[in-house]
Design a protein around this ligand. Structure first.
Ligand SMILES: Nc1nc2c(ncn2[C@@H]2O[C@H](COP(=O)(O)OP(=O)(O)O)[C@@H](O)[C@H]2O)c(=O)[nH]1
Ligand SMILES: [Mg+2]
Length: 249
């Protein structure tokens, strides 16, 4: 990585031997920018590692680094390990299973460079979409995203998508409290908005994986999402009133 490297892409992986080759090909074709890609894995036996090693050098993106997540098992910690290992002003979080569009990355990055702390790739705004995936997960995620927009005043329709760009200076100022799964995406988005940072969105189309299996645990992780969903509603509707009441007394 040279000093002017523009941004980092954090990619959590768990036994992605079937998708890592295609991910590398898509990254090479779709990302004509000076960026580093951080492949964040949890344990040395992960099947992504030998698959990556077997790929010829000219089939890998130029600046790719392996990050071993030592913060704790699971995707929540793997993503944070990647964020901490990144040395550039902007961090984009993206999945390895080709669910996220490379064509949107530069727009996310340039919005963050212009000052947005969090730029959400949004499936639920005009121009966005979602192809495949379990019905219940899709429906709950859409309901959460759209209702946070209307009821909590969040400037995005899709707080729960993990595909986002973050400013590194924002990440350094905020503590991640989520304990598992992908709920750090909604947490970092609602905290940014209610702590006074700028949040923006860009339309994207999400595709469910065609290889390998999803490790998404809807019911186990739902409480983590609900925590930040209700936190946002409380910030929007109750904190101003409490502040007024205290101010008037
Ligand atoms: N490091 C790490 N990555 C994970 C873990 N679980 C999932 N991932 C990665 O997170 C991304 C999305 O995972 P996936 O199971 O497809 O979730 P879904 O897209 O929501 O169904 C993929 O790149 C996975 O390899 C985990 O426990 N640890
Ligand atoms: Mg997936």
């Amino acid at each position: 990585m040279n000093q002017e490297t523009r941004f980092s892409i954090v990619v959590p992986v768990y036994n992605e031997e079937k998708t890592i080759g295609e991910f590398c090909a898509a990254a090479r074709a779709g990302l004509k920018a000076d960026c580093e890609i951080l492949i964040c894995y949890d344990f040395d036996e992960d099947s992504t590692l030998p698959a990556l090693q077997e790929l010829p050098a000219d089939e890998k993106p130029e600046h790719m680094r392996l990050v071993r997540n030592d913060l704790g098992r699971g995707v929540r910690y793997a993503i944070e390990a990647g964020m901490r290992a990144a040395e550039t002003p902007i961090v984009v979080v993206m999945m390895c299973d080709l669910s996220d569009e490379f064509s949107v990355v530069l727009e996310l990055v340039s919005r963050a460079e212009q000052g947005a702390a969090v730029v959400c790739a949004s499936r639920y705004m005009s121009g966005g979409g979602q192809v495949g995936g379990p019905w219940l997960k899709k429906t709950l995620s859409r309901m959460a995203g759209v209702s946070l927009y209307w009821l909590a005043g969040l400037p995005t329709h899709d707080a729960t998508n993990s595909f986002k760009a973050y400013r590194s200076d924002y990440l350094k100022n905020v503590e991640i409290e989520s304990q598992a799964g992908f709920s750090l995406g909604i947490e970092l988005t609602v905290k940014a908005h209610f702590f006074g940072y700028r949040v923006e969105e860009v339309p994207t189309i999400w595709h469910d994986r065609s290889e390998g299996e999803s490790r998404f645990r809807l019911f186990a992780w739902l409480p983590q999402y609900l925590r930040w969903y209700f936190w946002a509603l409380i910030q929007r509707w109750f904190k101003p009133r409490l502040a007024n009441r205290n101010g008037n007394s």
